[in-house]
Design a protein around this ligand. Sequence first.
Ligand code: AHG
Ligand code: MN
Ligand code: MN
Length: 306
Amino acid sequence: MGDARDAESGAEPDDPVVDAVFDAVAAAAPEIRAALPGRRVKSGTENASGESVMAGDLYADELLGEAIIAVDGVGSFVSEERETAVDAGGAVGSDGAYAVAIDPLDGSSNLRSNNAMGTVVGVYDAPLPATGRDLVAAGYVLYGPITTMVVADESGVREEVVEPGDDGERATRTVVEADLRLPDDPTVYGFGGRVPDWPDDFTAYAREIESELKLRYGGAMVGDVNQMLTYGGVFAYPALTDSPDGKLRLQFEANPIAYIVERAGGAASDGASDILDVEPKGLHDRVPLHVGNETLIKRLEESLDG
Ligand code: AHG
Ligand code: MN
Ligand code: MN
């Protein structure tokens, strides 16, 4: 499967374990996509964050879990849908094994309305919970009209198209953007949460941004971040008055997205400091997330500082 990608880009994977993780994710993506039509209903369970789990969440979690745990060099696996980490057979950090954290299906409330969804992946070289500084790579799959995968590592950010393999063959990965950079001239924004629940200082910032940029909000972080990365701008799921840590989870959502946006030339903040510096207390911690062009994130931090 790596052949199609390497032929297009000429790029060799920097880290064979990271590459094997994203091969496994890419292989699962067409299967996840194909399984969604029959899984648009609640599974009847709640996850560690107290949210209702959809049948699609469970399917994606099981398929990706099995595939990622099987990768040599992955020592630990943890998912938004699982209470605790799964030991994948290796001490993380010391002997070079990685810990992989995933949001198997991001934006799964969009299953009912048939809007975009994603899968988020963070590859850490420290036991979880860890800070975003311990990420060695991160990426996401976007199940849009086209299945794309964005992968970031030390060397930069790539966008690939993922297509199902012929006759039982594994999926193919084709690089369509070898060096994804956030455009300098921002055009879109998307902010989560109900406006009445935003703190006043965030509302003041939002009022300014609304007069400058176009609203693009689809209710799946991956879809909304992908628009922001494509056109430039700012995405946020801010602190809310009754949930000061916002909604998104540090290990599975905020850290990987912050890593990708920063590698693409942008910035990521919890409102006061870089997301990648946020010290976790638990696996399922939430954190306010603001990502986008550096100037817009700097202005956000100044607004929240006052
Ligand atoms: P998940 O489906 O993994 O729980 O994530 C949902 C998140 C994220 O995708 C999105 O940015 C946010 O929830 C949307 O929340 P609202 O529906 O409150 O806008
Ligand atoms: Mn999510
Ligand atoms: Mn999810």
